[in-house]
Design a protein around this ligand. Structure first.
Ligand code: ATP
Ligand code: MG
Length: 358
């Protein structure tokens, strides 16, 4: 009797270069599935700004129910000039992140061979860490308001909300991730010298959770100096955990120190697998290069590797990441953002070939 596993993947290429990078992500996933002996059942959705301009909706009213049937969502990019960002964000990305309780946003920050970091004298051995961002609460609550608008008594406030459940679950994820890494190190982003209620609580929960992980070495920095350390000492970091705002900042800074935006990958994860998780490159729809087939598909392909790891296919995920590294260090095709002349499809094909090779 066959025990071959089958995963149902909702594919949303979205807008702009998402239409070009997603097929290359699928090409490499297919190569990995063949080699490692599992099946991917793909369900395609055309949800995008283009659909919005025809229907007034980024996705149908029962969109989440449709996606709910899948094991994971594989997204390209959404957003297009003329459609306000809040439409693509609040019409698609945020409902998926919130509706599926994807409380971890995970970004690997790893300098690949041949990618250029803006940091002088830094090589691949110096930059290899993960940023774990709390994705549901904290500073991005909608609690607050504006009083006495237009008068000289005008004031605004917005609350930052941390819950014990919210802190503990993201910290548990970060500690567990640190346990899987050779250095077993976890850094917390804080600001408890200036933000005197929520951030001391964050620190408290960080320390409390740490009691369960005596094998993990921990430290913490205030967000301001932490940003400086990302630039000056990226080699200090292994796994870094931050609240919604601090994690947001670090998860853009991290991929920036690791080079081209075209190679950066991300995941929005519900670790309990109660709902599908979503995997997407860090870059947007890049209208300036869309339609030219020159976009770098590596960010999309790497996001696919993160998806396989989440689904439990770690060997296949590792084969994709090492395939990317091998292809780049052997001088394989590169897109323009990495100093080459290759097209999107050339890179995808070369990687599918590299991953298919035992
Ligand atoms: P967002 O949709 O997140 O607001 P954005 O509009 O700020 O995104 P991107 O769409 O990511 O930004 O594009 C920023 C720049 O990076 C553009 O010049 C774009 O061409 C370039 N870029 C983005 N992704 C890629 C890629 N995969 N390959 C090559 N260049 C890219
Ligand atoms: Mg944009």
């Amino acid at each position: 009797m066959s025990t071959r596993k089958k995963y149902r993947i909702a594919v949303i290429p979205g807008d702009g270069i998402g239409q070009e990078t997603t097929p290359e992500g699928l090409r490499v996933l297919d190569a990995a599935a063949r080699r490692f002996g599992f099946d991917l059942e793909l369900v395609h959705y055309d949800w995008s700004c283009e659909v919005y301009s025809r229907t007034g909706k980024m996705m149908p009213d029962d969109g989440l129910e449709q996606l709910r049937q899948s094991d994971s969502v594989f997204l390209g990019a959404v957003g297009w000039p003329g459609v306000p960002d809040h439409v693509s964000l609040w019409g698609l990305l945020i409902p998926i992140r919130r509706g599926f309780d994807q409380y971890v946003n995970l970004r690997p920050c790893k300098l690949l061979p041949g990618a250029t970091t803006p940091l002088a004298n830094r090589g691949p051995k110096d930059i290899d860490f993960y940023v774990v961002r709390e994705n549901t609460e904290g500073e991005y609550s909608s609690v607050g308001g504006r009083m006495f608008p237009g008068t000289d008594r005008e004031f605004v406030s917005q609350q930052s909300i941390l819950t014990r459940i919210g802190c503990d679950r993201v910290m548990k994820y970060a500690y567990e991730l640190a346990m899987t890494r050779p250095r077993r190190k976890l850094t917390s982003a804080t600001k408890s010298n200036g933000i005197t209620f929520t951030m001391p609580y964050w620190d408290e929960r960080f320390a409390e959770m740490g009691k369960n992980y005596p094998g993990v070495t921990t430290d913490q920095f205030h967000i301001d100096i932490l940003c400086a350390h990302f630039v000056q000492h990226p080699d200090w970091f292994d796994v870094v955990v931050g609240s919604n705002l601090f994690g947001d900042i670090l998860s853009d800074l991290g991929p920036a120190v690791a080079g081209s935006i075209g190679i950066a990958a991300s995941a929005n994860i519900n670790p309990e697998k109660a709902f599908p998780s979503m995997f997407e490159p860090v870059h947007g729809s890049a209208p300036d290069i869309a339609g030219k087939w020159i976009a770098n598909p590596i960010g999309q392909i790497w996001s696919g590797a993160m998806m396989l790891e989440h689904l439990g296919e770690k060997a296949a995920a590792d084969a994709i990441v090492s395939g990317i590294e091998r292809m780049l260090s052997e001088g394989g095709p590169r897109t323009r953002d990495m100093g080459g002349q290759a097209g999107t499809v050339d890179v995808g094909k070369a990687l599918a070939e590299a991953v298919g090779r035992a």
